[in-house]
Write a protein that binds this ligand. Structure first.
Ligand code: SF4
Length: 165
């Protein structure tokens, strides 16, 4: 409810200065890659002025680095949809007390390569390499029977004395 209210506030403010303001259902996307992976989402707001757009993601919680990735995925995906095709899209994450701008140039070959690699791994029949840690395993639903790698306690790191420094 807080999120919906904030989208309304921010959207109303944007309508006073942008030609077009699109809300969630007007800017959803659903892409299917050759691997079969689906990438779908619904940005909170998109403004369009001439041939430039800004994708907005409104956050009501604590800032997280994942917020950047989420918005950058929107910025990558939307230009594949007819309404936004080939449009230059910048991005803005709107928090309660500050904004973070992400330029269109952030969607570079490095970002694209990492995203495509992740999507291919998600649908690959080969399981990904496990990287067990107490923190990760604590949030994982797999039992020790499902995953022999599961660890409940982080082993202590032994300290070795060296004369080098
Ligand atoms: S239980 Fe297994 S799959 Fe789950 S986080 Fe730990 S290592 Fe990864």
């Amino acid at each position: 409810m807080n999120h919906a209210a904030r989208i309304g506030e921010v959207g109303a403010a944007l309508e006073t200065r942008s030609q077009t303001v699109l809300t969630e259902r007007q800017c959803h996307f659903s892409l299917r890659g050759e691997s079969g992976a689906m990438l779908a989402g619904r940005p909170d707001l998109v403004t369009i002025d001439d041939d430039q757009g800004v994708v907005y993601d409104i956050k009501t919680g604590q800032p997280s680095i994942a917020d950047h990735a989420q918005l950058m995925i929107y910025m990558y995906a939307l230009p594949h949809v007819d309404r936004f095709r080939d449009m230059e899209l910048n991005g803005r994450i709107v928090y309660r007390d500050h904004d973070i701008d992400i330029p269109a140039t952030a969607i570079d070959n490095s970002f694209r390569g990492n995203l495509f690699s992740l999507l291919r791994r998600v649908v690959s029949p080969d399981p990904p390499r496990q990287a067990p840690s107490q923190l990760e395993c604590a949030f994982c639903d797999l039992t020790p029977a499902d995953c022999p790698q599961r660890i409940a306690f982080e082993p202590e790191i032994e300290t070795t004395d060296v004369p080098d420094f």
